[in-house]
Every structure is written in C-alpha cells, then in structure tokens.
Design a protein around this ligand. Structure first.
Ligand code: HAM
Length: 424
C-alpha cells in the first residue's frame, strides 16, 4: 500500500517553508503597524454558520464545503473562509462592547474548499485576512485596502492592480435586484440551471457565473452604479477620496461581483496583470459587510475586510522571478574528531544554542572530510574543529569559512561569550 497526498493539497518542504515564514513575518509586522490584532478561530464550525454567513446561494455553500457529522451527530464544516468565523467570535465574545472600536483583527490559517484543483486553486489553502468591525467610516475602507496593497508592495510584487466597485446599500441593492430580474427573466432558459435557480433569490450571482459569462445579456446587464442612492454614492466617493489621498491607484469595475453574499457598498479585488500567471489572476478579494453581524445574531455592526491566499502570492512571486530574502545559513558547524571530543560536543552545541547561535554537528559517524562537506552544504559561516589536540589545550579551532582564516579559541570563551567570535 502506498499513500499519496490528497488532491488539491500540498506539502510545504524545507526550501519552501522559509518563504512561508518570511511572508508570515511580513504579515505580523504589517498588521502591527496598522494596529490589527491577531485572532485564531477553530478550523471547523457549525455548518449553519457558513450557510447563513457566506450565503446559501453561493458556490462555496452549494458545492464546495467539506461537511461532516461528528460522533454526536452534529453537522460541522471545515471553514471555507475566515470572515464568518471571525464574526461568530466577535458576537460570542461580545467584542462590540470593547472600549476600542472598531475592533481590528487579522488571521492566517488554512481554509478548505472542494474545488476542481488547478494552478492557484487548491482544496486546502492558507488565507491571510483582516476584518475591521464596528466602524462605517469610509476611511477604514481606505485603510483596509491600503493594508492589502502595502502587503504586495512590501513583498516585492509588481503589476498589482486594485479594482473597486460599490454594491450599494440595502435600498440600492433592492432596486438593482429588480432591474436584474427584469433583464434576465425573459431569456433565463438560455442560462445554466444554477443561474435559473438564482434568478429570483439572488440575481447578482448570475453576473458571477463562469458558464454563462459570454452570454450577450451579461454585457448589457444593468450596472449597480446606476442604482446607487445618494448615501451609497457619497460613501463610494469618500472611499475613493481616501485612496487618492494615500496615493493608491485603483480602477472602478461596475461588473465586479464577489463570490460571497455578505457584501454591500465597497467591494474590491486585487489582480495581477501581465503574462505568466495562468488563468487565475485574482490575488485578493474583500469588501464591506454591514448586516453580517446581525445575521449571525449580534447587534447592528458594520464591517469590512479582505483575504488573500499565500499560495497565490508565492505563484505570483515565482512568475515575476522575485526572490524572497530568507535566512538559510547555519552560524556554526561543529566538527569533532575522536571519542573524547565527540563526548564533549553536546555540551558545546547546547551552550552555543543557548547563546542564540544556530549550530549543528554530525550524528552519522562521518569522517572529518565528510563533516566538512556537510558544513559546506549547510552554508555554515564558521566551522568549529574539536580534535584530541584542541581538547588537550581546552580550545577549539575556529575556521571562518568566508576567509578561510583559522584561530584557536579557548573553550571557556566559546562557552560563555561565543558572540565575541561568531558574528550571526
Ligand atoms: P474569497 O474571494 O472567496 O473571499 O477569497 C479570498 C482570496 O482567497 C482569493 O482572492 C484567493 O487569493 C484566495 N483563494 C480563494 N479560494 C482559493 C483556492 N481554492 N485556492 C487558493 N486560493 C484561494 C473570502 O474568502 C472572504 N472571506 C474575504 C473577506 C474578508 N471579505 C471580507 N473579509
């Protein structure tokens, strides 16, 4: 019997994992600067949370959830996204009562969607997302968008385009919905069964249909921007003003519809322009979701957020041949020769590690030459050589690999003040 990794998942091996750590470090630092605090929620939730939160006419809920019964016969679902869970936690922990509003949160972690796997589309992928709950100030929309754009800028990605739209408030959406129904209804039998069933309930979803994307009625569908009432229009203008004041370029695309139901007013996606990235060019998506907190059982609370997947960031970096700065070097490799020196190695490497120095040694009973080769492969900055002679002198031969320079250093110095010898 041989085992294979499940479709749509991946192992992240050494060589790749350093890149993940680098990206994660940037995420934590960026969120610290923007004053967003980390939240960690469970990997699974009650199925009903996503049905209500994400919306039961969405592809995610209809086709993509990993849903199972536990031994207590409860229906649970592996989270397909983070927003519903964060909102559930916000309500459950009564964060609306906290003195500092809005509550600004971020998360990273695996999400699960039963999708047809292809490059950039996985069944398990890691999202970085932020959610700002409690403020309806268009400037916070600007802040969330700026954070997302800064992430790509700081990671070194080029040709990143911010696309925004307004889906309007409830009243604007109701008017637009009616217009969409009248537009599609007479010829709805020319559309796929999903579109047909979504017509009355959620016609906006039709605009997001992949199968019928080229139908002539798609291009002539009524634009939401023509149905925005004054309040929604003004809100959208203020968001744009905030972006402009930060020097963040954007384009407006009135056909931008998100794949989740909870959005209103601001909706946005971040796309990668240019060749070499395959069919999927969306790097991130998000928007405002006033009403979701109430839907999940909390008090009326506005919210906005976005999420991106780290897999797509890595793909984009690769397509643009951007090398992430990763630390892969070992400070010290300790080579020992003979039984007594070997007996001494645990004490020395333990002390070095306690002094903040990365180090390793041989556990394969290798000869001196093979140990030196191992040190080279690990790109050790220094090799410490401990043979019978050195031990007799209570010293270690320190070789700086870049220069080839060798110095005999007292063991006492190495054990108490290695930093005076090793520059990390
Ligand atoms: P979403 O558009 O479904 O939104 O996903 C956001 C991002 O997650 C996508 O732009 C993409 O980078 C990544 N993503 C989605 N599915 C996959 C997949 N199968 N494989 C790889 N990457 C994927 C949300 O999830 C919302 N919760 C975003 C949000 C937060 N809105 C408000 N707050």
């Amino acid at each position: 019997m041989s085992y294979a990794i499940p479709r749509g998942t991946q192992d992240i091996l050494p060589g790749q994992s350093e890149k993940w750590q680098r990206i994660e470090a940037l995420i934590h630092d960026l969120c610290r600067r923007y004053n967003y605090k980390e939240i960690r929620t469970p990997m699974f939730e009650q199925t009903e949370l996503f049905a209500r939160g994400v919306g039961d006419t969405t592809d995610i809920v209809q086709k993509e959830m990993y849903t199972f019964k536990d031994r207590g016969d409860r229906s649970l679902t592996l989270r397909p996204e983070g927003t519903a869970s964060v909102v559930r936690s916000f309500v459950e922990n009564k964060m609306h009562g906290l003195p500092d509003q809005p509550v600004k949160l971020y998360y990273t972690g695996p999400m699960f969607r039963y999708e047809r796997p292809q490059s950039g589309r996985m069944r398990q992928f890691v999202q970085f997302g932020v959610e700002a709950l409690g403020s309806a100030d268009p400037q916070i929309d600007g802040e969330v968008l700026a954070l997302a754009m800064d992430f790509y800028k700081e990671i070194g990605l080029q040709n990143v385009k911010l696309v925004i739209n307004s889906l309007g408030d409830k009243d604007s959406r109701t008017a637009h919905k009616e217009a969409l129904i009248s537009h599609f209804k007479p010829r709805i039998n020319e559309f796929c069964s999903d579109c047909q069933s979504r017509l009355e309930k959620n016609p906006l979803r039709i605009l997001d249909c992949k199968k019928d994307r080229d139908h002539e009625l798609m291009g002539t569908a009524p634009s939401i921007l023509d149905y925005l009432n004054d309040a929604s229009k003004e809100y959208f203008e203020h968001v744009q003003k905030a972006l402009e004041s930060m020097g963040i370029a954007y384009v407006i695309d009135p056909t931008l519809v998100r794949g989740l139901d909870y959005y209103n007013n601001t909706a946005f996606e971040i796309m990668l322009e240019g060749d070499g990235f395959g069919a999927i060019t969306t790097l991130a998506g998000g928007g405002r979701y006033n009403g979701l907190v109430e839907e999940i059982g909390g008090p009326e609370t506005p919210g906005i957020g976005f999420a991106l997947s780290i897999e797509r960031v890595l793909m984009a970096l690769e397509a643009q041949q951007v090398e992430l700065q990763t630390v892969n070097q070992l400070d010290v490799y300790l080579v020992s020769l003979g039984d007594e020196p070997k007996d001494k190695t645990p004490e020395i490497i333990h002390s070095l590690r306690a002094q903040g120095i990365s180090c390793d040694t041989d556990y394969m009973d290798k000869k001196m030459k093979a140990q030196m080769k191992a040190a080279n492969r690990q790109q050790a900055k220094y090799v410490f050589i401990l043979g019978e002679d050195e031990l007799d002198q209570q010293s270690v031969m320190v070789k700086e690999m870049a220069t080839g320079e060798q110095t005999l250093v007292p063991l006492a110095t190495i054990m108490s003040d290695a930093a005076s010898i090793v520059t990390t």
